[in-house]
Design a protein around this ligand. Sequence first.
Ligand SMILES: NC(=O)C1=CN([C@@H]2O[C@H](COP(=O)(O)OP(=O)(O)OC[C@H]3O[C@@H](n4cnc5c(N)ncnc54)[C@H](OP(=O)(O)O)[C@@H]3O)[C@@H](O)[C@H]2O)C=CC1
Ligand SMILES: O=C(O)C1=N[C@H](C(=O)O)C[C@H](O)C1
Length: 263
Amino acid sequence: MSADPLSIAVTGAGGRMGREVIEAAAAREGVTVAVAVNRTETDPVAGVAVGDADRLDDLLASEAPDALVDFTGPDSAVAYAAACADAGVPLVTGTTGFGDAQIDDIRAASEAVPVLKASNFARGVAALRRAVREAAAALPGYDVELTETHHNAKRDAPSGTAKSILDDVEGVREDLDERVHGRKGDAPRESGEIGVHARRAGDVTGEHEVLLAGNRETLELTHRAGDRGVFAEGALDAAEWLAERDPGWYGFGDVLDAGAADE
Ligand SMILES: NC(=O)C1=CN([C@@H]2O[C@H](COP(=O)(O)OP(=O)(O)OC[C@H]3O[C@@H](n4cnc5c(N)ncnc54)[C@H](OP(=O)(O)O)[C@@H]3O)[C@@H](O)[C@H]2O)C=CC1
Ligand SMILES: O=C(O)C1=N[C@H](C(=O)O)C[C@H](O)C1
């Protein structure tokens, strides 16, 4: 069964993910890009004209898209969330690197419109997170270290996905309550630590590895994204799902649970 037609707005249309979302939309039946904007002037992407982000309010009012898909930066995402709330447009945001106050600002928009925020739109990462929760709970007392690797242009560290995984581990292991970002000098491991390591190199799309070690054994759980299309496809799945929802705060897990229930 094919989904209802969906028109979307895309912010950060000139960026790595914005381009990927527009290309994925162009390739997906029933999805059109009604609005695409960027902060700086940008040539058309996959035949879609890219407007000035300062005009977003007007464009949302005139085009009334079914959802806005945002992969930009924290300050911009907060402003775009407010624009969505004003225009009554559901928001899917994959932007990472927010501070606590910025998360509160994005949440405020969810009182007016449905808002779905996800640090990672890969289905494999959703499965990794479930596996990590299960493993961390099943292996009390084991040391946990997390390593993430991304391309050399990524701004935020650790990655949004890494922070989500750390929240997951802390949720099932109350004894682990100190995130130690790298180690240097005389720094023996203390109980209660979760080591966090952020590597930046070349054009690596995104890798997350969780190491659990204790009792003379190790367990490593790793996800590697092959290309950014995996995130773009997940974000479009999320937009299709969110367009039908009531105002509120949603995650990618809600989309996947709905999909599983339909099967
Ligand atoms: N949830 C997920 O699955 C994924 C999330 N991400 C996240 O998406 C975001 C964008 O990633 P990516 O596309 O690689 O980044 P890019 O730097 O390639 O693109 C960012 C785009 O957003 C625009 N922009 C608007 N406001 C800001 C701002 N305040 N800071 C930075 N850029 C801004 C940029 O415009 P201009 O060029 O004019 O500055 C640019 O077009 C990041 O937070 C990243 O972590 C990335 C991949 C997957
Ligand atoms: O900036 C990226 O590229 C990515 N960012 C997201 C994150 O911070 O977790 C998701 C993915 O790993 C790619």
